[in-house]
Design a protein around this ligand. Structure first.
Ligand code: UFG
Length: 317
């Protein structure tokens, strides 16, 4: 297939671009490089630098694309609370420009990177796709609005769409890994603390109603997560929009992640405890029964593999 990957210079987009090339697809990456890196785009993919608003119509027009995989987004929860307008503009506004460009160019399928943040504070876990969506920040709200727009474009314009709701993504795949300028994620921050550099890991809150008092999250290796995109691509059916959670179904607390990082790195990792980070739910664990049953997806890499691959990636840079 001929595929457009938006955000293909970012962490997950670059991993999936590599998987798509490996599977024999033709890949064009569209990325404004605001947070991505040109050298993360795998060899064999063509990089077009630009925003969706300015370039999607031009890139897609008359070019015979079979599908879009849409990763490009702003994705920092804290930043979204400080700058909600930026998140509505970049996430929803630019996605609407993309959807309309797809409609005009007759591109029939889209796989979209949605998020667990669309659910907000869960009433119960594991979270099902049918659970209420009550996002607690503009990041989650803007992603939920895109899911809603996708459903309408499917219903009214016949596009086939799949939204994949990521829980916590970790690990690396060869030379593609996490390289955020502002790093907020737990595992890269733990590994940076393990690598030296003087900054201990700060644990945000030890008084949560969980077995050890720290937050519990559902981690998936980026390679396993990427595999779900290839399955979703084949499953996009005209006129339908389907939502799938992507999680392992089991949770790790911050302290448990820390312990695996100590084992894998063999290092003593300095930590300090701090107050809760605003907006962090105590437990976020996905039910991924739907994608397992309907698409046959199964995560194959455990926490040890995630930490070990992320550590190899960090040490290689
Ligand atoms: N944490 C720390 N110290 C750090 C970083 C994180 O203690 O330096 C804790 C957090 O408080 C949280 C857990 O580690 O309890 C995981 O935090 P991450 O930032 O790695 O991930 P989140 O669960 O906050 O965020 C993820 C995605 C978001 C998405 C969210 C859905 O990265 O994009 O899940 O709620 F919005």
């Amino acid at each position: 297939m001929k595929l457009l990957v938006t955000g293909g210079a970012g962490y997950i987009g670059s991993v999936v671009s590599a998987q798509l090339l490996e599977a024999g697809h033709e890949v064009v990456v569209l990325d404004d490089l605001s947070t991505g890196h040109a050298d993360a785009v795998p060899d064999g993919a063509r990089l077009v630098r630009g925003t969706l608003r300015d370039t999607a119509a031009e890139v897609l027009g008359g070019a015979g694309f079979d599908a879009v995989l849409h990763f490009a987004a702003k994705s920092l929860v804290g930043e979204s609370v400080e700058k909600p307008g930026l998140y509505w503009d970049k996430n929803l506004g630019e996605s609407l420009a993309l959807l309309d460009a797809m409609r005009v160019a007759d591109v029939p399928r889209i796989v979209f990177s949605s998020t667990a943040a669309t659910y907000g504070e869960p009433e119960s876990t594991p979270i099902l796709e049918t659970d209420p969506t009550r996002p607690t920040n503009p990041y989650g709200a803007s992603k939920l609005a895109i899911d809603t727009a996708l459903a309408e474009y499917a219903r009214l314009h016949g596009i086939g769409g799949v939204s994949l709701r990521y829980f916590n993504v970790a690990g690396a795949q060869g030379r593609q890994g996490e390289r955020h300028t502002v790093e907020t994620h737990l595992i890269p921050n733990v590994l940076k603390a393990a690598d030296g550099g003087g900054r201990p890991l700060r644990i945000f809150g030890t008084d949560y109603p969980t077995p050890d008092g720290t937050c519990v999250r559902d981690y998936v290796h980026v390679t396993d997560l990427g595999n779900a995109h290839l399955l979703a691509l084949d499953a996009c059916a005209p006129g339908t929009h389907t939502i799938y959670n992507l999680g392992s179904g089991s949770g790790y607390s911050v302290l448990e992640v820390l312990e695996v990082c100590r084992e894998v790195t063999g290092r003593d990792i300095p930590v300090e405890t701090g107050p809760r980070r605003p907006g962090d739910p105590a437990v976020l664990v996905a039910s991924s029964d739907r994608i397992r049953t309907e698409l046959g997806w199964k995560p194959e890499r455990d926490m040890r593999a995630m930490v070990s691959d992320a550590w190899t990636f960090l040490r290689s840079r």
